[in-house]
Every structure is written in C-alpha cells, then in structure tokens.
Design a binder for this molecule. Structure first.
Ligand SMILES: Cc1cc2nc3c(=O)[nH]c(=O)nc-3n(C[C@H](O)[C@H](O)[C@H](O)COP(=O)(O)OP(=O)(O)OC[C@H]3O[C@@H](n4cnc5c(N)ncnc54)[C@H](O)[C@@H]3O)c2cc1C
Length: 242
C-alpha cells in the first residue's frame, strides 16, 4: 500500500456509467466525505487510475500513481457522488481507457480539489474544446442570471454539440472541426477577446483546451490585464494525434 497520500485522497466506486454523446462518457463516482470537493473555487480533481491489468485500486493513493486531471461536472456531497465526463479520444491513454472500460463496482481514487473557475464579472468569454466542456457547463450553471457574454466551444463534429443551461445574456457558438476547420475557432476566439476587452470594462475570460490552441491565443490576451483571464492547457496533442 502506498503511504504518501495526496491531499484529500479517497477511494471512490463507479456507481453508474452513461454515454452522453458519441465521444463523451460520464462516470458517477460514489464515496464518503465529499464535501471538500463541493466548491466553485476549485472545479477539478485528480483521478488516480488503477492498474488496468490488475483491475484493483488497492495500491492507488500515493504520489507515484498514474493521475490525470478531470472536472467535477456535478457533485452531490450529501448523497455522496461526483459526476465526471470523459472525452473518449482515439489515442490510448490510461484515463480514457479507464472510463471506456469502467463497470459499476470498479474502484479508483480521487484527490484535490484543485484549479480555478471564473472570477466575478459582468461580461464573460468562455472558450475551449471538448475537454473544457464539463467545466464550461458547470461554470454556466453558477453564473448570476444577469451575466452576459459569449461561449465558444470546439468539437470534432456535430455529434458533440449539446444544449447548455445558461443565463439569457450568454450566447453559445459551436465550432465543428470537420465542418468549419480549426482556424475558425481560433479566429473567433481572438475576435471575441478583442471585442470583450474593448467594450466591456468588467470582464473575465476563461480559456482551456489543447496546449497549442492556448498558446495561439496568448498574444490576443495582451489586450487585457492578467487578473481578468485564465488560459490553461488541459491536454497536449502529440504529433500522432493532431
Ligand atoms: C484542470 C483540468 C481539467 C480537465 N478536465 C477534463 C474533463 O472534465 N474531461 C476530459 O475529458 N478531459 C479533461 N481534462 C483533460 C485530460 O486530463 C487530458 O485529456 C488527459 O491527457 C487524458 O488522459 P489520458 O490518460 O486519457 O491520455 P494521456 O495518457 O494523457 O495521452 C495519451 C494520448 O492521447 C492524447 N490525448 C489526450 N487527451 C486527448 C484529447 N482530449 N483528445 C485527443 N487526444 C488526446 C495525447 O496527446 C496522447 O497522444 C482536464 C485537464 C485539466 C488540466
């Protein structure tokens, strides 16, 4: 058994699995004392992935674990569950693999919570790919009714498109890589950043997605102050993937 446990580490059990779109798979993870994970200030957790061959979580929980970051899409700490939405990407990876194979009763570990959401503002821009979708969906559910702004989401194709509960003043725009091409998303995000920073004094910009996309948007963010944005790479495409 590993002894150097991560902050907040606990074992959780898969109690439900649900395919929510062609490439997005939801696992409901049940565990005890989940209250510390129920905070809008920290939207994410670290998933500690059990050895696929052994299919056991007995050794999960130490600093040498295979871990990946995931967003807490929904949590009901009182009833003791957390929903996590996994993008089922093509290149094999332990987290995606775990989600794909998961059956009710399987056990994994979680620690945290960690990561930042949005800061209070009047106008927002939220932009990202499918890996950012769970966080964007959760953020939209917590914004005040009078919030205004734009959400830009890039998916592989139309199968990934879904409706998102959001304040009336927030526009939602989808970009399908197969239809409009990847450059459209970057161009739209650059334009939205410049418009928001130029027209809305009290704004906040939240961007997450693939590393090179986050890098591509970095110059555009120079029009605003650092305290008014978050731009975080959620994953990194290897040559084989991009
Ligand atoms: C704070 C934070 C929150 C996140 N929240 C979520 C979330 O809620 N849902 C979610 O699905 N992801 C989320 N991610 C992204 C997720 O952690 C990564 O995609 C991670 O690399 C997946 O691990 P893996 O073991 O499946 O693949 P890895 O072992 O990391 O990578 C294996 C291969 O798959 C490729 N790859 C990895 N991710 C993707 C992808 N999304 N699309 C295409 N190819 C990919 C890699 O380039 C590599 O070639 C989040 C990341 C961060 C930092």
């Amino acid at each position: 058994m590993n002894t150097a446990r991560e902050a907040g580490f606990r074992l959780v059990t898969v109690v439900a699995t649900q395919r929510i779109s062609a490439r997005m798979h939801r696992l409901r993870l049940a565990g005890e004392n989940l209250l510390r994970f129920d905070t809008p200030a920290n939207l994410h957790l670290r998933l500690h992935i059990p050895d696929a061959a052994q299919k056991t979580a007995a050794r999960v929980g130490g600093r040498e674990d295979i871990t990946r970051y995931y967003t807490i899409r929904r949590i009901d700490a009182e009833r003791g569950w957390i929903d996590v939405d996994f993008v089922l990407h093509e290149a094999a990876g332990p987290a995606c693999d775990f989600a794909r194979r998961a059956r009710v009763g399987d056990v994994c570990g979680i620690s945290g919570p960690c990561g930042l959401g949005v800061k209070p503002a009047r106008d927002y821009l939220l932009a990202g790919d499918e890996t950012a979708l769970p966080a964007i969906a959760r953020i939209l559910e917590t914004l005040p009714r009078e919030a205004r702004g734009t959400v830009l989401i890039e998916t592989l194709d139309a199968d990934g498109v879904c409706d998102l509960a959001r304040p009336d003043g927030i526009d939602l725009c989808w970009f399908c890589r197969h239809q409009r091409g990847h450059d459209d998303f970057i161009a739209a995000a650059e334009k939205a950043i410049s418009t928001l920073a130029g027209e809305a004094e009290d704004h906040f910009i939240w961007i997450a997605g693939e590393f090179s996309d986050c890098e591509a948007l970095r110059p555009a963010l120079k029009v605003t102050q650092k305290r008014r944005y978050i731009n975080v790479a959620y994953w990194r495409a290897t040559e084989a993937v991009r």
